[in-house]
Ligand binder design. Structure first.
Ligand SMILES: Nc1ncnc2c1ncn2[C@@H]1O[C@H](COP(=O)(O)OP(=O)(O)OP(=O)(O)O)[C@@H](O)[C@H]1O
Ligand SMILES: [Mg+2]
Length: 316
């Protein structure tokens, strides 16, 4: 890990640069969002009046970090995609961000162009071996100000090995502690389960973001997730809050998506973010490109949605 550095153009990382680079060669151009910024519309896709989001203040120093767990035990709802793109958008706003891959599948690492099976040391080694520190394993990403703590399949062994340890639920929090002063946000990409790794993420977190696919069956597991969050708050981590529910894979053209959205807003009210992530092939493409959408297709609607989400997170 390294100390904050001025960027190539000499500005410090605290400066907010809102100029948007052109899309990468090869990124198809069909969904470039040329509409006026819809984040200023009165009614958003949630069907609810939008709340005004203040411009994020410019930082002149970094830390202590807020830890956000990206959590839903349902698979394929956009946890990893949201971790990468929210992280990259927060970094665009001058925040120092650490992304923690806490899923043995290593999808977050892959999404940032890292081949997890080729790594000699990962988060597994930091957790299980006292001689390995965060600095040994954390690496920079192509996004300035955003670092990655990668994982691979080794992490699945940690879940078994930790069971016998004292303070097993607080392991992640303990290893992240030295990084808190360097970063403004630590985003933990959880695996799709409510097992010991996810409990570790919740025990280390200040708050949870629940990505929720706009699909009927998605609603079913959320009560169990909220129940787990409440148990962790009571027993392990009294400061734990739900930062918000993020509707993902929304298709404004289908009645089904709009109905699910209405149910979500009815059930969870104000904690549903006004920012909504539409379904678009741009996201699977970015995984192949190994880059966040904010770099792969900076002018796309998907980039804009994650930037608006970043502003909401900064304001909460
Ligand atoms: N808004 C979106 N529109 C279309 N595809 C998306 C969107 N968000 C994510 N995807 C795609 O859906 C798949 C699952 O997304 P992702 O890996 O982010 O979910 P996840 O919740 O992390 O999954 P898992 O539970 O397996 O870890 C990926 O192929 C991803 O590219
Ligand atoms: Mg994932």
């Amino acid at each position: 890990m390294s100390t904050p550095q001025p960027s190539a153009d000499g500005r410090s990382r605290g400066a907010v640069d809102l100029s948007i680079a052109p899309d990468k060669p090869g990124a198809p151009d069909e969904d470039v969002d040329t509409s006026p910024d819809s984040s200023y519309d009165d009614v958003g896709p949630t069907g609810r009046p939008r709340r005004r989001i203040p411009e994020p203040p410019i930082l002149d120093k970094h830390g202590p970090a807020a830890v956000l767990a990206m959590c839903n035990q349902k698979g394929g709802v956009g946890k990893t995609t949201s971790t990468i793109n929210l992280g990259a958008a927060l970094a665009e706003y001058g925040r120092r961000v650490l992304l923690v891959d806490f899923d043995p599948q290593g999808a977050l690492s892959v999404g940032l162009g890292v081949q997890p099976h080729q790594l000699e040391q990962t988060i597994y080694n930091v957790i299980m071996e006292r001689s390995v520190t965060l600095d040994d394993v954390v690496r920079r990403t192509t996004v300035e100000g955003m670092d990655l703590l990668p994982s691979n399949i080794d992490l699945s062994a940690a879940e078994v090995q930790l069971v016998a340890e004292v303070g097993r639920e607080q392991t992640l929090g303990r290893v992240l502690h030295p990084a808190m002063k360097e970063y403004d946000y630590v985003l933990v990409d959880c695996q799709p389960s409510l097992g010991l790794l996810t409990v570790n993420a919740l025990a280390a977190a200040d708050s949870v973001i629940i990505p929720l696919e706009c699909e009927f069956f998605s609603l079913r597991g959320v009560a169990l997730l909220i129940d787990t969050i409440e148990k962790v708050r009571e027993r392990l981590n009294p400061k734990l809050e739900i930062s918000g529910i993020l509707a993902t894979m929304f298709d404004p053209r289908t009645l089904h998506s709009r109905e699910v959205m209405a149910r979500v807003v009815e059930a969870f009210g104000d904690i549903v973010f006004d920012s909504v992530i539409n379904r678009t092939v741009r996201f699977p493409e970015t995984t192949v490109a190994g880059e966040p959408i904010t770099r792969w297709a900076p002018r796309s609607a998907g980039s804009r949605a994650y930037r608006t989400l970043a502003r909401e997170v900064l304001a909460r």
